[in-house]
Design a protein around this ligand. Structure first.
Ligand code: F6P
Length: 327
C-alpha cells in the first residue's frame, strides 16, 4: 500500500534554470489545492542538511512565474553524497514531519534523490530543470527554451557587427557535455558551423566550411561553439583557425551565464506549470522514483534510473537540416 502524503517539500538543485520558479509555484499551489502542507527547502540538499526549511502558502509564490533563477536558491552539495549527510537531511525533514519530496534539477540531483528516497522510505518525484536539455526521458527540460532564445537574441546582435565589418565570430554557448543549445541556436541564427561534443569537427573541416562560404561571397560568418566540444572552447577553436587563416578578422564572444538568466518564455512557464502539478499528483497517487517528462506533447512519468543510465541524443532531423542550411 502506498504511503499517505500530507506534507510535501520542494527544492531546486544544481544549476538554476529559467522556469524553476514557475515549477515551484505549481508544486506549492497544487499541494495546497489538494489540501496538503507544502515546504520550501532553501539551497537544495545543502539547505536540507542544515534545516533551511520554510512552510509555504499560496502567497509565498505570488509574482514569481515571470522571474528567472529560483526563489528558494540552489546549490551543489558534496555532503549529501555521504550517508552521514543524508541522515542529517532526514532528521531535518522529520522535524517538520515532511513525508515526501519534489526535486527540481538534473540527473545528478535525481541520483541523490533516489538514494535518499530508498534509504529513508520517502517518496520522491523529479522535475527536469536545466538549460542544457541533456536529460533522457523528456523531449525538453525546463529552461532550455528560454536559454536558447537568449542565445539567439545575443547572436542576432553580434551578426550586425559581423556583417558590418566582414568579420568571423566564434560564439561560445553553454553545454558542458552536449550540443543542444548550440545546435538549436545554430539553426535559428543561420550559423555557418556548429561545434559540439557529440559531433566532432576537425579544424580542417571547419576551415573548408568557412572557405566555401567566402567563395560564395558570404560577408559574415558565425561559428557556434558548445563549451564542451573537443578543442576546448571558442577561444581555442578561433586560435587554431586563425593560425592557418587570416582573410577574416576573427572575434570571440563567450556568452556565459547570461544564458541562464532572464524571464522564462511562455513555453517554459507552461511546461514548468504542467510538470509541477503532475509531480504533486504523482505523489498523491503513490508514485516515487520518477521524473516528469514531456513526451510527444504529454506529461509522463519516467523512472529515475533511465534518466541517469541513458543519454539523451541530439535530434537527427535537426542535425540534418542544420547541415543542409549552413551551406
Ligand atoms: O548544467 C548547466 C550548466 O549551465 C552547464 O552548461 C555549464 O557548464 C554549467 O552549468 C556551469 O555551471 P556553474 O554555474 O556552476 O559554473
Amino acid at each position: 500500500m502506498s504511503k499517505e502524503i500530507n506534507r510535501i517539500a520542494v527544492l531546486t538543485s544544481g544549476g538554476d534554470a529559467p522556469g524553476m520558479n514557475a515549477a515551484i509555484r505549481a508544486v506549492v499551489r497544487s499541494a495546497i489545492y489538494y489540501d496538503r502542507k507544502v515546504f520550501g527547502v532553501y539551497r537544495g540538499y545543502e539547505g536540507m542538511i542544515e534545516g533551511d526549511i520554510v512552510e509555504m502558502n499560496i502567497r509565498s509564490v505570488s509574482r514569481i512565474i515571470d522571474k528567472g533563477g529560483t526563489i528558494i536558491k540552489s546549490a551543489r552539495s558534496k555532503e549529501f553524497r555521504t550517508p552521514e549527510g543524508r541522515q542529517q537531511a532526514y532528521e531535518q525533514l522529520k522535524k517538520h514531519q515532511i513525508d515526501s519530496l519534489v526535486v527540481i534539477g538534473g540527473d545528478g540531483s535525481f541520483a541523490g534523490a533516489k538514494i535518499f528516497g530508498e534509504e529513508f522510505d520517502i517518496p520522491v518525484i523529479g522535475i527536469p530543470g536545466t538549460i542544457d536539455n541533456d536529460l533522457y526521458g523528456t523531449d525538453v527540460t525546463i529552461g532550455y527554451d528560454t536559454s536558447t532564445n537568449v542565445v539567439v537574441e545575443c547572436i542576432d546582435k553580434i551578426r550586425d557587427t559581423a556583417s558590418s565589418h566582414n568579420r568571423l565570430f566564434f560564439v561560445e554557448v553553454m553545454g558542458r557535455d552536449t550540443g543542444f543549445i548550440a545546435l538549436r541556436a545554430g539553426i535559428a541564427t543561420g550559423a555557418i558551423a556548429v561545434m559540439m561534443p557529440e559531433e566532432e569537427m576537425s579544424i580542417e573541416q571547419l576551415i573548408n566550411t568557412i572557405d566555401r562560404g567566402a567563395k560564395t561571397r558570404k560577408t559574415s560568418s558565425i561559428v557556434i561553439v558548445a563549451e564542451g566540444e573537443q578543442h576546448g572552447g571558442a577561444a581555442e577553436v578561433a586560435a587554431k583557425v586563425m593560425a592557418q587563416y587570416d582573410h577574416y578578422e576573427a572575434k570571440v564572444t563567450v556568452l556565459g551565464h547570461i544564458q541562464r538568466g532572464g524571464s522564462p518564455t511562455v513555453f517554459d512557464r507552461v511546461l514548468a506549470s504542467r510538470m509541477g502539478v503532475k509531480a504533486v499528483e504523482a505523489l498523491l497517487e503513490g508514485g516515487t522514483d520518477v521524473m516528469t517528462g514531456l513526451i510527444n506533447g504529454k506529461i509522463e512519468l519516467v523512472p529515475f534510473t533511465s534518466t541517469f543510465d541513458k543519454r539523451s541524443k541530439l535530434n537527427e532531423e535537426i542535425l540534418r537540416i542544420s547541415k543542409i542550411l549552413s551551406i
